[in-house]
Write a protein that binds this ligand. Structure first.
Ligand SMILES: [Zn+2]
Length: 237
């Protein structure tokens, strides 16, 4: 299906709704914007890969398919600039969610609801264990407690492989010091940051134009980007 771009009013409304929410809830809000009309409960049960795929499509529709990003080298703090391509990242999505098997245990892929259920856990080990338990399919044998820590790690790797879009990582190498590392890329927080800076720019524009001409917020937001910019140029050439 074709995902529609976020229009000015929707974008500001989304920013208002999401600014005080937890990142997991923000990602769900973005998912709902990408799939208007979809039942929020159903969206919460979609795999993280499917959610991220929808978010990439929303990003491409709203801001274009090329994503300028940067990474800071963890060794020397050099800033590396790169451009990510939505189409290339979307190609990583699995065609269907199927159970992942590790040592005879079967797991389903994690969903937004699973992430939300562990979001309040302070310890990452506890969160990983809770996710492991949530995704273990009924009928699988119960692993012994001493086998759990290495098993949880291997299951995490197997789930990442099965659903590469769920937790994207980028192979990176620093041009200054040569350090190579895997950098996590979270499309939900990337897109949220873009929406937030766009919202701030729009509010600045409303402030400037309302101060200069006395127009209402809704009248200013109803202007096309081209007209708004043309008026802004006239008040501060
Ligand atoms: Zn470096």
């Amino acid at each position: 299906m074709t995902i529609k771009p976020l229009q000015t009013e929707n974008l500001l409304h989304l920013w208002e709704q999401g600014k005080r929410r937890h990142p997991v809830d923000r990602a769900l809000l973005l998912h709902a914007c990408a799939m208007p009309g979809a039942d929020p409960d159903t969206l919460a049960d979609e795999t993280l890969g499917r959610r991220n795929r929808a978010l990439l499509a929303l990003r491409a529709a709203t801001f274009g398919p090329r994503m300028p990003a940067y990474l800071d080298c963890p060794c020397c703090a050099e800033r590396l600039e790169l451009t990510l391509d939505v189409v290339e990242l979307q190609a990583l999505a699995p065609t269907q969610a199927h159970p992942v098997e590790v040592d005879g245990l079967r797991f389903r892929l994690p969903t937004s609801r699973d992430l939300a259920s562990v979001a309040a856990e302070a310890e990452s080990e506890t969160a990983a264990l809770r996710l492991f338990e949530a995704c273990l399919l009924p009928g699988s044998p119960q692993p012994s407690p001493e086998a759990l820590p290495p098993l949880i790690e291997r299951v995490g790797e197997a789930l990442d492989q099965a659903d590469p879009l769920a937790a994207l990582s980028l192979d990176s190498q620093c041009a200054a010091c040569g350090h190579a590392w895997e950098a996590a890329f979270d499309i939900a927080s990337f897109l949220w940051d873009e929406i937030e800076s766009r919202a701030h720019r729009l509010l600045d524009d409303v402030h400037s134009l309302a101060s200069a001409y006395g127009w209402s917020e809704s009248a200013i937001l109803a202007l096309s980007d081209a007209r708004r910019e043309a008026y802004l140029e006239r008040i501060s050439p």
